[in-house]
Design a protein around this ligand. Structure first.
Ligand code: NDP
Length: 450
């Protein structure tokens, strides 16, 4: 780290105590930017780092709702509007008991650079609540969403701030949130993305993050004359991102041997394909069941309370796609994967690898696609959903998929070239951070001191 970068990082840590995930995300980005500051001393004078690490606005609010037993429940809601230099704040909402300000700030900070990489006009933001949708009735989820939006509506708008889904927020939650927003405002505009097709959603939005992470992996593999064909692939998670990554990997000829949830993981040596894939989708999308049921149905191994990486490594998995949550792959697991012959990792989730794990992948020349590049397909298609809404049109799935694919190719190219230009060829972490940062920094400087 340069003296300037180190000074800003120390300041961020001191000023934001008890936010370890935010510190981690800032550290990863700032470390990558050292060569940029060496070449552009003007950025330091403009205090770009001091400004970019401080959210433009943080909104925190009470979310009271009544459960099915008539009891009042109280959750905390929040929205971090991190940076609007290149467009309206854009980023998902996460409903999970672990949600706190540090986690939402890490996600919002990452989102700034990710959105910049898509080439679309979107600033960075993120929000959520410590509400746990798991085990709640549809009516409870609806009452919670209505209460959440009754406060959030004041702060968002199609040209101001456009939330979307994330962990615990899928089509059902977006529908309830949008219904309440429209009831209050009586407007139609893309104030939320990830909507259903009937009221302004885009084809391929549910698929976009998983497909995009797979397209990104393919681009990385191509640089070594490799592809997915007949390769074993370890995926973690079993939610939106994991489901569509599995589908796309299958289409490209890879074999997905693991899936997980917060209770454990399954190992299926023959791959999650055909009827088994259909069962998996029905299990998660219709019945909202647990991944353990897949093992029970097909008689494959289930490892309770464990993560998939070590078993994947023992079986010589070549490609890993962590698609569950932050810090779900540590140094020990990274080492095992490298020793097992891993060639590529494409992060469907946000910051799933710890800093130490990332270091191990980079040192061992594993093709490492960081989340802010690899999973940018989701927000990219959200941007396309907004474009369709603003022009009162709807594109067919082939058109959206082609645009998504091209955006992922462009992101890969931008990250690849920035890494080369700044003397770290093949390092997509540096490349993505530098390419994403420079556009936002230039926009901030052009717009004066704010
Ligand atoms: P979902 O809620 O659909 O699925 C999340 C999956 O991860 C579930 O299988 C869940 O298991 C598992 N999971 C969640 N928390 C934990 C935990 N603490 N430990 C172990 N497993 C956990 O979310 P998404 O698929 O949408 O999101 C997954 C990741 O992808 C997140 O990091 C998200 O930020 C990122 N992402 C998502 C985008 C999108 O478009 N949806 C866009 C870009 C990034 P369980 O059911 O047991 O909780």
């Amino acid at each position: 780290m340069s003296e300037y970068v180190e000074r800003v990082y120390k300041h961020v840590v001191e000023k934001n105590p008890a936010q370890p995930e935010f510190h981690q995300a800032v550290k990863e980005v700032l470390e990558s930017l050292t060569p940029v500051f060496e070449r552009n001393p003007g950025y330091e004078k403009q205090k770009v780092l001091e400004r970019i690490t401080e959210p433009e606005r943080v909104i925190m609010f009470r979310v009271p709702w009544v459960d099915d037993n008539g009891e009042i429940q109280v959750n905390r809601g929040m929205r971090v509007q991190f940076n609007s230099a290149i467009g309206p704040y854009k980023g998902g909402l996460r409903f999970h008991p672990s949600v706190n300000l540090g986690i939402i700030k890490f996600l919002g900070f990452e989102q700034i650079f990710k959105n910049s990489l898509t080439g679309l006009s979107m600033g960075g933001g993120k929000g959520g609540s410590d509400f746990d949708p798991k085990g709640k009735s549809d009516n409870e989820v609806m009452r919670f969403c209505q209460s959440f939006m009754t406060e959030l509506y004041r702060h968002i708008g199609g040209r101001v701030d456009v939330p979307a889904g994330d962990i615990g927020v899928g089509g059902r939650e977006i529908g309830y949130l949008y219904g309440q927003w429209k009831k209050i405002t009586k407007r139609f505009e893309p104030v939320l993305t990830g909507k259903s097709l009937e009221y302004g959603g885009s084809l391929i939005r549910p698929e976009a993050t998983g497909y995009g992470a797979t397209y990104f992996a393919l681009e990385m593999l191509k640089t070594r004359n490799e592809d997915f064909k007949d390769k074993l692939v370890a995926i973690s998670g079993s939610g939106n991102v994991a489901q569509h990554a599995t589908e796309k990997v299958n289409q490209l000829g890879g074999k997905v041997v693991t899936l997980s949830d917060s209770s454990g993981f399954i190992f299926d040596p023959d791959g999650v394909t055909g009827k088994k894939y259909e069962f998996f989708i029905e299990l998660k999308q219709v019945r909202r069941g647990r991944i353990k049921e897949y093992a029970e149905e097909f008689g494959v191994e289930y490892y309770a309370g464990e993560r998939p990486w070590k078993v994947a490594a023992e079986h010589g998995v070549k490609i890993a796609m962590p698609c569950a949550t932050q810090n779900e792959l540590n140094a020990e697991e990274a080492k095992a994967l490298v020793d097992g012959g891993l060639i590529a990792i494409s992060e469907g989730a946000n910051m799933p690898s710890t800093l130490e794990a990332t270091e191990i992948f980079l040192e061992n020349k594993v093709l490492f696609g960081p989340g802010k590049a690899a999973n940018a397909g989701g927000v990219a298609v959200s941007g396309l959903e907004m474009a369709q809404n603003f022009s009162f049109t709807a594109w067919d799935s082939q058109t959206v998929d082609q645009k998504l694919h091209q955006i992922m190719i462009n992101i890969h190219k931008a990250a690849y070239q920035a890494a080369e230009e700044y003397g770290h060829p093949g390092n997509y972490v540096m490349g993505a951070n530098i390419a994403g940062f420079k556009k936002v920094a230039e926009a901030m400087i052009a717009q004066g001191h704010w």
